[in-house]
Design a protein around this ligand. Sequence first.
Ligand SMILES: Nc1ccn([C@@H]2O[C@H](COP(=O)(O)OP(=O)(O)OP(=O)(O)O)[C@@H](O)[C@H]2O)c(=O)n1
Ligand SMILES: [Ca+2]
Length: 513
Amino acid sequence: MDEPKVTGTKPKMSWTRKILLILGFLSTLAVIALIAVAVTQNKPLPKNIKYGIVLDAGSSHTNLYVYEWPAEKENDTGVVQQVEVCKVEGPGISGYSHATEKAGPSLAQCLRQAEEVIPSQQHQETPVYLGATAGMRLLSLQNKSAADKVLSSVEKTLRSAPFNFQGARIISGQEEGAYGWITINYLLGNFKQSGWTKLLHSLKSISETSGALDLGGASTQITFVPNELSSESPENLLYFRLYGKDYIVYTHSFLCYGKDQALQQKLAKDVQIMENSNLLDPCFHQGYQRTINISDLFKNPCTSAKKKQFPFSQLHIEGKGDYQECRRNIQKLFNKTNCPYSSCSFNGIYLPPLQGDFGAFSAFYFVMNFLNLTSDQSPISLDKVTSAIESFCAQPWHEVKSAYHHIKEKYLSEYCFSGVYILSLLENGYEFTEKNWQRIHFLGKIGSSDAGWTLGYMLNLTNMIPAEEPAVPPLSHGSYVGLMVLCCLVLVSVVLFAWLLFHKPKCLQKGIV
Ligand SMILES: Nc1ccn([C@@H]2O[C@H](COP(=O)(O)OP(=O)(O)OP(=O)(O)O)[C@@H](O)[C@H]2O)c(=O)n1
Ligand SMILES: [Ca+2]
């Protein structure tokens, strides 16, 4: 007789089932461990911020900029951003030629503001640079010793601030053009070329960088990468190697063609043919009046060649508001008669054919923005821009004044002249046409940073733009964690699937499901 089977005891677990269970448990543990490691190990370190200060000592005024960037990303492109701008009260430093010792102290208020923005434990390591532009170039031509005294005065003040003083100097027009070009292309992310953008650029040979147009009070710069190479005027070419790519850049700075000096030049020309001290000026609004001293008009190197004896000591300007006549008047500032190269802008200066998009900033932006002509969303044709400026100039001064009572009279009274000057410089000077006008983008800021030469200057002096492309990990932190999670999920599914295959649970057996 067979012994009755013992009922009520659990059936023994098979070996395969046990192994699969252990495997499942271990892979779950592994998944948790991998995710934990991925998240903690590769977590970005707490931000270590660095700061830098640049003072833009322009002809009309000085601006102090504070920049910040994460220390560990110093060599990446597009990581430096402006966190503060302080407008120095009073004139530009070249305006202190008769009281040179006051140039430095004028900067004190903005330096104190920078002290508040930058944490005090980082003051000592924060570099401070001052670059002076066309106003000081002119002063240095006119009175070298006054220019040196102004620079000594600003150096003394900057050294007495708690920052790391790195120099105060007059930068050349070439540097001003080049650093403006570097700034906008850095901020627009045009140097960043990895993956798809790189492939796209090499396939379509699209213009990779944007040209830069800077209009100041005393000088103006044009900088861009020309299409074809020409060695006609080597002094206008610059060679850069940035992030592993070579750039040959054309640049020229026209001293005396900033908008304030252009007005002085125009008036100095007008005075030559006047019989009395009254000038009916088409570039100012009807009803506007201004009186200037003849001696002030011929004081600087932009006009001094036209100095002569006049039977009057003051010039009484009365506005006429006539666009066409103003345009003809201004056009005479651009001498197009003699060009020793294959192509020129004006005054016999080489200009290769215009190429690509242009970012136009400083006074190009201030003026066009005031005139409501900067929209990039619905681009405005050159024709429309011309008629908008024409009708603005035709408005009588009392109307303009009451419509824009919140704007400084010095600025407001000159927007008509400036608008016409900008059109003339771009159309007659550089020969922009209706067709490529749309490629000019008027920009004040890019992100939080002002468009101008200062950022490019600091990036260069702190060696923050490497010649070669920095080695970057193939995956970002986010993609790395994502990939880890995906791999783990696949692993778990495989184990689960294997378990189902080897040990069909009852619910999956035929007939039940
Ligand atoms: N809202 C503003 C601000 C400035 N301006 C004018 O714009 C001109 C140029 O300003 P800027 O680019 O700051 O020139 P600077 O840097 O001072 O001059 P430069 O670069 O030639 O040294 C000046 O005539 C200034 O009066 C203006 O019309 N409207
Ligand atoms: Ca400037």
